[in-house]
Design a protein around this ligand. Structure first.
Ligand code: NAP
Length: 337
């Protein structure tokens, strides 16, 4: 069975996902694409050698009879309308983060999916598919370090463009930790605070960089998350969980260890696409396999909502300088299945 997939938004990640579905994964076929900039969609079709129709509009593509499932990889503010339209059409949809740009928007999607009575939405949080995070989770679930007490994290990018503003440190960058740490600890967030260290000189003037997000979970775990998006040296993701009887660290990506010129060295990645390349492959293969079996299992619309609520609280904390509460709606039983 081949799943016929339509892609809405053929920018950086839309093209990359279309590439992996076409040239790396199995069971999926890109049959339709659209982008607000039609020539961009046409260029992707040509570059990847796709056998796909180019649509003028995402809604037209969603309705197409020969499209079984959607990838929503357009600009964040368009996600909610396309995901709601996909649910209305009864089609499976993989939506890149953010699920919607507001917590209410995410809740609208949650409510629509619950009303549809079937899981149709998978959100593109790929870190739970990363082998390193899976090892951390296994160790926690197997009680190898006792109960987790503290987590130290860092999310570092070499540089960011001038269009990157202070709130994006939360909604674009920290959002991945806000998702994966709930999953890792099997816990939800109670409060958040954002504090600002001395600013780096290697930043655009309008941007506060670095930032430290301090989080308290309902079980009382304390998390400190450093966001440093002009660190210069590489794309570096760190996570260390301190438990009652031990400490576990996220493994470094596999890399050649070089002994040369009186030095022992190993490269640090600089491109986020490379750091989680396997996880992106696995999350999408999982989506395709799930559709073929009539049951998708990846990160849910509820996970998208939970991350959005935490992100909203962090942005509020950036502005207020205060400790802010993370207040979520009641989780529908639908998501306990
Ligand atoms: P991008 O390169 O700007 O691509 C977005 C594309 O969507 C652009 O080609 C844009 O066209 C198009 N678009 C905007 N509105 C549209 C509409 N109404 N209909 C169809 N196409 C539309 O951005 P990106 O880096 O690929 O990011 C896309 C999404 O993926 C974002 O939400 C981002 O947060 C997410 N993302 C996730 C990860 C991850 O690690 N999971 C990584 C990267 C990105 P124009 O350029 O002409 O506006």
């Amino acid at each position: 069975m081949t799943i016929r997939i339509g892609v809405i938004g053929t920018g950086a990640i839309g093209e990359d996902h279309a590439r992996r579905i076409t040239h790396v994964l199995s069971g999926g076929h890109i049959v339709a694409v659209t982008d607000v900039n039609r020539s961009q969609a046409e260029a992707v079709v040509a570059r990847l050698g796709l056998d796909a129709r180019v649509y003028d509009d995402g809604h037209e593509l969603i309705k197409a009879a020969d499209v079984d499932a959607l990838l929503v990889t357009s600009w964040g503010p368009t996600h909610e309308e396309f995901v709601l339209a996909a649910i209305k059409a009864g089609k499976y949809v993989f939506c890149e983060k953010p699920l919607a740009t507001t917590a209410q928007g995410c809740l609208n999607i949650v409510n629509a999916e619950v009303a549809a009575g079937q899981r149709l939405v998978q959100i593109g949080f790929m870190r739970p598919y990363d082998r390193g995070y899976q090892l951390l989770k296994q160790a926690i679930d197997d009680n190898q370090i006792g109960e987790p007490l503290m987590v130290h994290c860092a999310h570092r990018n070499p540089t960011v463009p001038e269009s990157y503003i202070t709130s994006m440190a939360i909604v674009d960058t920290a959002i991945h930790e806000l998702d994966v740490l709930r999953w890792l600890l099997n816990d939800d967030y109670k409060t958040v605070q954002v504090v600002y260290p001395r600013r780096t000189r290697n930043r655009f003037e309008h941007l506060a960089d670095p930032q430290v997000v301090l989080i308290e979970t309902h079980k009382g775990v304390r998390i400190d998350l450093e966001i440093f998006v002009n660190c210069q040296y590489g794309y570096d993701i760190q996570c260390s969980v301190v438990g009652e009887t031990g400490i576990i660290n996220l493994p470094e990506p596999q890399s050649l260890l070089v002994r040369s010129d009186a030095r022992l060295s190993t490269a640090i990645l600089t491109d986020w696409k490379q750091r989680f390349i396997d996880a992106y492959d696995i999350e999408l293969q999982n989506f395709i396999n799930g559709i073929a079996q009539g049951r998708i299992e990846g990160p849910t619309a509820w996970d998208g909502y939970a991350a959005a609520v935490a992100a909203d609280a962090c942005v509020k904390a950036q502005e207020s300088g205060q400790i802010e509460a993370v207040v979520m709606a009641e989780r529908p039983a639908f998501y306990n299945q």
